[in-house]
Design a protein around this ligand. Sequence first.
Ligand code: NAP
Ligand code: HSE
Length: 435
Amino acid sequence: MSEEKTVKEIKEINIALLGLGTVGMGVYKLVQRRKNELPRKIGCCVKVKKILVRNAYKIRDGVDNDLITDSWDEILSDDSIDIVVEVMGGLEPAGTYIRQALEAGKNVVTANKDLIAEQGHELLVMAEEKHCDLLYEASVGGGIPVLRPLKQCLTGNNIDMVLGIVNGTTNYILTRMTEDGMEFDEALAKATDLGYAEADPTSDIEGYDAGRKLAIMASIAFNSVVTFKDVHTEGITRITSTDIRYADAMDCVIKLLAVGKQEEGQVSANVYPMLVPKNHPLASVNDSFNAVFVHGDAVDDAMFYGRGAGELPTASAVMGDVIDISRNLLQNCTGRVGSTCYRNLPIKPLGEVKNCYFFRLQVEDMPGTLASISSVFSKHNVSIKQVIQKPAKKHGSELVVVTDFVKENDFAKTLDELRTMEMVYEISSVIRVYA
Ligand code: NAP
Ligand code: HSE
């Protein structure tokens, strides 16, 4: 049989792209790049049938203009479209389009972390009712396969921890501050120039982007719905080059970590900068790279590493989902894996979470200072792991303190009381330590 004849006989899966920006363009290119291989690789052709954009008159190099439309109804009413690929972003109209697509029996792939972190469960339930697939691998970790491994390959585990560096912008900023001694603003400007940061970088630097990704990962890992509002987020805007130097002296680096844990029948999901020992695998994840570290009762430790953003890495994840659905369509078995959130675990309040802390105190240099400060620590159940006393730059002494695990509430009370003491001039660099 000639190659041409084989391809003609093979089923064609039609997709519609909603959005032709960074990710949409990447998907378009990848579909063209794999065009001749796909029939042999997966048993069908994948064809871009329509592309929805905001501005249909914009010149788009290398794209067949006949595919472009600014009418969603044109896509929704086209029965030949099997898969809607939502890569436009934002909660609306993306949410409405996805709901309407599922209602019409179309399968959906999305890269939209904002939407999935808020409405993922509801959308998955809807997809299940319609026997459709709703896949969103690209919403966390860009090109890194992490959601499918969590949801499928690791299902045999009880996963008790997901720990990730899931924002490329902040990881790039912290890397430049560490390796080149840059200050925060300079490193952010470079991250923006390189296209890592969002147009408004607030969601990157304040930890919201990482918080959304953590909500998505935690829901899958712990089989319980975690939404963005359940995640406590702190960003990296207060990290200074002095903090970075202190971290280095303690054989640590500072990373913005997304920390999800399942313990004592509760889920905790928090994003904050932490001192990470240099011998931890996440410490060597640098620049815009992302990594997710998982612990399960059977697999033990597993880590996923790669490019967390960008045109082709993100398109790689989207294409993986498109191909997965295409295979299901060929076997008539879409809607096989829907929401896996069968538990309803409560969210542990931040105040109950235990962490180790690193902080610096500028104090009066006189007999009894250390004893008075120690009594505040013991009053609030704070056990000290390490304390170093140094002459302060201006006057008095500097105490560099590392605590053992302490409840966040107890630590906050300790800081509040220390701030009222006359002998304490200033408390700086309060950073959690990953231990
Ligand atoms: P982008 O470059 O800003 O592109 C957005 C595209 O969507 C544009 O083509 C735009 O049309 C279209 N669009 C926006 N609103 C629309 C509307 N109301 N109706 C029709 N079309 C609309 O965005 P992106 O960076 O590709 O990101 C897309 C999604 O992927 C987001 O959810 C993002 O969070 C996620 N994501 C991105 C990355 C990444 O590296 N960029 C990585 C992981 C996940 P026009 O071209 O006409 O303006
Ligand atoms: N702004 C995001 C980041 C893009 O820096 O990781 C990928 O989601």
